[in-house]
Design a binder for this molecule. Structure first.
Ligand SMILES: C[S@@+](CC[C@H](N)C(=O)[O-])C[C@H]1O[C@@H](n2cnc3c(N)ncnc32)[C@H](O)[C@@H]1O
Length: 271
């Protein structure tokens, strides 16, 4: 179901019932204008590990002294995302909100500037990216490790959002995470997924096959030693992602595009 008044472009929002069958891998050579090969030996088969991220963030903080120095296009995209999260919150009442995979915490910094009453909790695998976010939150609100294991056991949340983390997990891990997060919602609470890894083409279309061929070509070039790429994660169609939500026990779903990013998708899900 689309939100009222929203008409989905067919190609971007075509869905498939074959959950997981069409998971599409993608690859990166840089992030935030930092060549990944300058941080670690790249692999086109395994996801980046903790050592990769430690080296990456060292380079990152050398290049960017503050959020304001980061690329304007990235900041504009995240502003749209922050607005989307805010629109899903009750207007008052100091809602308790969990950000899973907060990364640098730019979204949270934008929202706090508008609504100081939000009780943010943030989960992040690595401590390194939290350098700018920690000073903005009260002690004990950054939980380092894999969610849900790193979360305090007795807390429930009015809203949980996952900003661009779906891509980093295979189907079964993503489904299990959603299922565990569902158990952490207050009565009436929901989960907002903000994805930047929407597979935009109809699954069996020429464009879909062409896209897969391009990815395969990148792997071949890597293996031939022509250009190293890093395996970054998986893209999913709307149908694949929403089917995983349903399998995780989230049955009330709305979704739509976010910003002008052809790979951008939001899904609001309730048990
Ligand atoms: C691409 S970043 C997104 C950061 C931020 N949410 C944003 O939208 O700008 C994804 C982050 O999610 C984190 N992450 C992925 N899975 C996680 C999990 N299960 N628990 C905590 N953090 C996770 C990664 O360490 C990474 O920093």
């Amino acid at each position: 179901m689309f939100p009222q008044g929203y008409h989905a472009p067919r190609a971007r929002f075509s869905s498939t019932g074959a959950t997981g069958a069409l998971m599409q891998r993608f690859y990166q050579t840089e992030w935030q204008h930092i060549p990944l090969a300058s941080c670690a030996k790249l692999s086109c088969f395994t996801l980046p590990d903790a050592a990769f991220y430690a080296a990456f963030y060292e380079a990152f903080f050398r290049k960017y002294p503050s959020f304001a120095d980061m690329p304007a296009s990235w900041r504009a995209q995240k502003k749209t995302w922050a607005e989307k999260v805010l629109s899903c919150l009750p207007a008052a009442g100091a809602p308790r909100v969990l950000s899973v995979g907060c990364g640098l915490g730019y979204l949270e910094s934008l929202m706090l500037a508008q609504r100081a009453d939000i009780q943010f909790h943030c989960a992040e695998i690595a401590d390194a990216p939290l350098r700018w976010l920690r000073p903005l939150l009260p002690e004990g609100r950054c939980h380092v490790g894999y969610a849900p294991d790193c979360l305090p056991p007795d807390l429930a949340f009015d809203l949980i959002y996952c900003g661009s983390i779906d891509y980093a997990m295979p189907d079964d891990v993503w489904r299990r995470l959603l299922q565990a997060l569902r158990a952490r919602l207050t009565q009436g609470g929901g989960i907002l997924i903000l994805s930047a890894s929407l597979w935009p083409d109809p699954p069996m279309s020429v464009r879909s096959y062409a896209r897969r061929c391009r990815q395969l070509w990148r792997v071949l070039r890597h293996l031939l030693g022509l250009q190293a790429v890093q395996f970054w994660g998986w893209m999913r169609t709307v149908g694949e992602n929403t089917a995983l939500c349903r399998k995780a026990g989230l049955s009330t779903l709305t979704y739509g595009p976010i910003g002008s990013d052809p790979h951008g998708l939001w899904i609001m899900a309730y048990p």
